[in-house]
Design a protein around this ligand. Structure first.
Ligand code: SF4
Length: 361
């Protein structure tokens, strides 16, 4: 039976898409810089064999720059209090049902040491913009600086800090105290969408804090949230911005609706969206660190993210210490599925291995 006109037209489109994709993948493999139009094209891929080809190229680029090595990041959410009211966040100030805690310094240091012993390569100290620290700027944030110093001394590993938009002198203090990384996700680089996601916050202030952090020698992580009303052009723009910012680690994470928030009924994106963008970022930023988070789908979603080209496993959280995640506050924590030990078999299954921890640690 011959092809109908509709079949033939569809066949032609698929063939043309396949040829164009092949050109883009070849260009990326040779280190070529993808144009915005090419990035938007990749974001439109829906056919399984096209997406498989994208993932294969992403893995090949990861192998070229990182071999089979993967990094593990321990995550310690030190305070879940926050003065902000981000529409997507469970910990927004107006969510009275959100689980709040402010961990004691000794608890954080113990958890950091446990994580270091378990084999993580970095400790991420994250907090909301806790009013206790931010309303008494000089004194309050100083206690976070002291925490960084003590954790660094206890684990001698790279430290990432995610304390929110801190004043410039505090960036200098954090760097001096031993912080190596500064993470402060914009979540979107569309200013209108930013206003909806982060009401009352200043786009430029948040963005410039990252640039200032670099001035003090800190490495930068920038991130976007997916499925919150952005277009493909917005994502392509964010990728351009990350390139201009020269972010050292680039993250994309699917939105997870949170109870008692304005976005509780906003439908979550297709789980494959995050994978597509991980792979796309590997094409654009082959030499950068790209996380596979455990914070969206837990351990069950790790293999998919690694197969899309990620090379860092984030949100390793020690169990039974009353510590929370961000997008999934409790998922896989107390059952010890967010531990180095749980992650290792999945790495092996993907033909990957833990990167060596630098000697002296
Ligand atoms: S995303 Fe961060 S700044 Fe916004 S409400 Fe949540 S904890 Fe606060």
């Amino acid at each position: 039976m011959g092809l109908t006109q509709v079949d033939a037209a569809r066949y032609n489109i698929i063939t043309i898409m396949g040829i164009k994709l092949k050109d883009i993948l070849n260009k990326a493999e040779k280190g070529g810089r993808l144009t915005k139009e090419e990035i938007v094209f990749v974001l439109g891929l829906r056919q399984k064999d096209h997406i498989d080809a994208l993932f294969r190229t992403a893995r090949e680029l990861r192998r070229k720059y990182f071999g089979n090595d993967v990094l593990l990041y321990g995550f310690l959410y030190t305070s879940t209090y926050c003065r902000n009211n981000c529409s997507f966040c469970y910990y927004r100030v107006s969510n009275r049902d959100s689980r709040r805690y402010r961990k004691e310094e000794t608890e954080i240091i113990k958890a950091a040491v446990d994580l270091a012993r378990s084999g993580v390569h970095l400790i991420d100290l994250t907090m909301g913009e806790d009013p206790q620290f931010f309303n008494d700027k000089a004194h309050g944030l100083e206690s976070f600086v002291q925490l960084v110093k003590k954790v660094k001394a206890a684990v001698n590993l790279p430290i990432m800090v995610s304390p929110g938009v801190v004043p410039e002198p505090m960036l200098a203090r954090l760097a001096k105290a031993g912080a190596d990384w500064f993470a402060c996700y914009q979540e979107t680089h569309n200013r209108e969408l930013f206003k909806k996601l982060r009401p009352g916050q200043d786009y430029d202030k948040r963005f410039n804090t990252k640039k200032l952090a670099r001035k003090y020698g800190l490495l930068i992580e920038e991130g976007i949230l997916l499925g919150v009303g952005e277009t493909s052009e917005d994502i392509a723009h964010s990728i351009e911005v990350k390139r201009t910012l020269k972010a050292d680690q680039v993250r994309a994470m699917n939105f997870v609706p949170q109870k008692n928030t304005p976005m509780s009924n906003h439908p979550p994106p297709d789980p494959s969206k995050e994978l597509l963008i991980i792979a796309l970022m590997r094409l654009v930023f082959p030499e950068k660190l790209i996380p596979a988070t455990l914070d969206v789908e837990g351990l069950a979603g790790l293999k998919r993210r690694l197969e899309a080209g990620a090379n860092v496993v984030t949100s390793i959280v020690p169990p039974q210490q009353g510590l929370a995640g961000v997008a999934r506050s409790f998922l896989d924590i107390d059952n010890a599925h967010r531990t180095a030990g749980s992650v290792l078999p999945i790495l092996e299954d993907c033909g990957l291995k833990l990167a060596a921890v630098p000697s002296g640690n």
